[in-house]
Write a protein that binds this ligand. Sequence first.
Ligand code: C2O
Length: 559
Amino acid sequence: MASFSAVAYYIPYSSSFFPNKPPKFNNRRRNPVFKFTCKAKNGETSPGKLDRRDVLLGLGGLYCTTSLSANPMALADPALPDFKDCIDATQPNKTFINCCPPAASGIMDYVPSATTVNTRIPAQSVGSDYYNKYMEAIQTMKNLSPSDPRNFRQQANVHCAYCDGGYNQLGSPKLFYEVHNSWLFFPWHRWYLYFFEKICQKLINDDTFTLPFWNWDASQGMQIPYIYTSSVISPLYNCFRNPDHLPPSVIDLDWSYGDKPEDPSTQIKWNLSTMYTQMITQSKTQTDFFGKAYRAGDDITTLDGAGQIEQTPHNNVHSWTGTAFDQSNLIDMGALYSAARDPIFYAHHANVDRMWTIWLNKLGGSNFTDPDWLNAYFIFYNEEANPVRVRVKDCLDLTNLGYQYEDVPIPWLDVSVKPKPRAKAKTLPSAPDPAHVFPTTLDKPVSVIVKRPKKSGTGSSEEILVIEGIEYDKRNYVKFNVYINEDDVNACRPDNTEYLGSFSNLPHGHRMTVKTNKKFRISQVLEELGARDYDKVLVTLIPKSNPVKINGIKIEFDS
Ligand code: C2O
């Protein structure tokens, strides 16, 4: 059994492996870069091993000597990071941080083909042997040389570089690349955890070790799991968590900064309703669930790309866990550049990843078959500290990846937790037309009466409420809640049908204004509210954060 000395468990937030001064924005430092070589997996040196797409994307020059002048934008292609340069990432406090990985060359393509399948277990029910192993793995990671790409801080930096502006988009040097707010969210985080887990296995010499999952979707898992909270300082402990949210505090999957705690049994009930809404009512299509297509040349800041689960509960679990000094400083979990410095991050994301398996296996969902999703690739360091390139298409079969999730109860699949109308079919109060209200800055509650479109011709008759042109600085925490046909929002809860859900943003890099949309499926909701025949609906927005600007609200048919 491992024993740990009390020193060096905790890497203070202020200590940096990268002591260089942050540069000015217009002079962001370019850091050592990944270099591709011509080597294919079997060690052959042959441009023939590259697929045509890579060559068209312009990687040919990086790989070998092929000098193609193909315009990478000429085809629809996946959005890809430009690994030629890694630049300083942006922190929410507007300074810069070097999150770049050590320079690499000889990047190999990697396709997993596991022969055994390990089971990831719920964090609340692990035993002491497991707990000790897990501590040993994380402690060993923290003790590795700071320049080792498997070092814990280096691993956390991988998340920062990929989300806070470390890379530009290949072929579009003016556009940031990132792995949130689009269909890359689920597969990128799956691969990230995959290598993190492999590194743990290697460091404790146990290839059966798995990451635990934070089972926040079931009542037994709705607290910070005890293994992360040891008051004896442990490598799983992190001091940048909200002190009001330590056990026995029950997580609020719909948490907004400043919310007051609820009675635990009520909170659990609301959480299950939130899961039902997000996984079932609002996740009907691939785009609903995964997020929107992100292709070469797309600007992530105007994509309106986040899937339902990424926003709620994913974002809210982050901000509930992190500190709450102020809304722009929600370290570690509440801001993306710092989130992965908290070991609980990996358990949170294991559960997010588990939601993907549940959506496919229990809810009839299916993966995209779009080649621009399947062929999107990322680079990680593997357990041998070697850089590898992996593609989305190779992470879809968990058997090949060598893990599965323990089959624990999923209480929110039960229709009894489905939200119910609070006060069905009443006369709507009067409220202005959106044209008289928007654009507006959402610094107080806003209600409008929105006309429903008339159905003409064939095509989907599913109605979508669109909050249009939501503008904010991406470095800010943002959240607002949305209600439909509700004349008393203070009485309305996550277990009421009238509460549609929320829009949220975790502070992350990118010093620019985002302009995006948020969509909610409302046909079924209106049916349940007895409002199927109404020609108008009442929509109310309640700000829960720094104000955002909103440009309009409309209802359209699903396309
Ligand atoms: Cu990459 Cu939970 O965030």
